[in-house]
Design a protein around this ligand. Structure first.
Ligand code: FDA
Length: 302
């Protein structure tokens, strides 16, 4: 289904549609995979997941910001979210997208914004994950994380297995808390595997490396074959459960999320919320066109 994938990824990057979507609240079935548009709603969603023994990583939706004022607004809202997580005493940490905080505008400006966020989270002993986005932002995001880590230790990032060099990145950043994913964006064949089989193989290789060598590994996937492989691998290598967790996105494979938590694995749900849901939602359709059912169900009210 590469044509459909490209189609939805192109839609996800359409700025006009993105702006239009912000005006109309959660539509097109997005409410199944986006945990509300404001802080009180997301806190309720976190409480529900916590009640099942699931912790959360919270993403204030927004990306590819081109105006300083928008980046500052995003920073302030993320800080408000951190304060709310702390005040409500829920089990959650934060995921940030550097492009939302001005990485496309200016590195130092983005660094200053992120320092405020990480500093606030640090007061509450809260982890901050630097999500990885497109290839042009990959090295700057690693650089930002390294620079912030000169002051604060509550940071980690993502390794996207579709990049040829991701094994090197896993090795280089093994002293950070790492989330391993397949990779969600459309990347050039000069830098990334295009074939699903190659990506899956590299994904497993990096997960195994990380489980054996890294400080803490988040295995972020909905792929049951990978999850079953990991369960066997950790058993065979006596890797204790406090060295890793499984992660899935909010609203996806809910039964499996509950089951893994019930089996005693650390489980963390990625909980996106906010009015800027459009790009995130379109990428989810690109990954799994079956998710279009979410849209049709909503449109036909079934
Ligand atoms: P994939 O989509 O390859 O599916 C494999 C198989 O699993 C399918 O063929 C099907 O059998 C089964 N399956 C998958 N979804 C299912 C469903 N909903 N219901 C039933 N069966 C299903 N990317 C990125 O570039 N940067 C980032 O920072 C992040 N962060 C991130 C956090 C978290 C918590 C997750 C889960 C994912 C990300 N990603 C990401 C996205 C990631 O790179 C990837 O695009 C998606 O997770 C899709 O790949 P999967 O590994 O889930 O399986």
């Amino acid at each position: 289904m590469p044509v459909l994938r490209d189609f939805f990824i192109a839609l996800s990057e359409n700025q006009l549609l993105n702006k239009a979507a912000q005006k109309y609240g959660l539509k097109l079935g997005a409410q199944s995979v986006v945990a509300g548009t404001n802080i009180p709603e997301v806190i309720e969603s976190i409480k529900e997941l916590n009640a099942h023994g699931i912790s959360c990583t919270v993403d204030v939706l927004g990306e590819f910001v081109n105006e300083r004022s928008e980046a500052i607004k995003a920073k302030e809202y993320i800080i408000e979210t951190i304060e709310a997580i702390h005040e409500h005493g829920v089990d959650a940490h934060i995921s940030i997208k550097p492009s939302q905080l001005g990485l496309k505008i200016d590195f130092d400006f983005c660094y200053d914004n992120i320092m405020e966020i990480v500093g606030t989270a640090h007061k509450y002993n809260m982890h901050v994950n630097f999500d990885q986005e497109t290839h042009d932002l990959l090295q700057p995001t690693f650089d930002l994380m390294e620079k912030v880590s000169e002051t604060y230790d509550n940071v980690g990032t993502v390794i996207q297995a579709y990049f040829f060099k991701s094994n090197e990145y896993a090795e280089k950043y093994k002293n950070y808390r790492l989330r391993i994913v397949k990779g969600a964006y459309k990347e050039s064949p000069t830098v990334a595997y295009q074939d699903k089989k190659d990506i899956d193989l590299n994904f497993i290789e990096i997960i195994e490396y990380s489980l054996l060598n890294c400080k803490f590994t988040s295995i972020a996937t909905h792929d049951h074959n990978v999850i079953n492989h990991v369960k066997q691998f950790v058993k065979d290598h006596n890797i204790p459960k406090d060295r890793f967790e499984f992660q899935m996105l909010y609203g996806f494979r809910k039964d499996m999320q509950l089951e893994l938590a019930k089996e005693g694995y650390n489980f963390c749900t990625y909980v996106p919320f906010g009015s800027d849901w459009y790009g995130y939602f379109m990428r989810r359709l690109a990954e799994r066109p079956q998710n279009i059912n979410l849209v049709t169900r909503q449109v036909f009210n079934k």
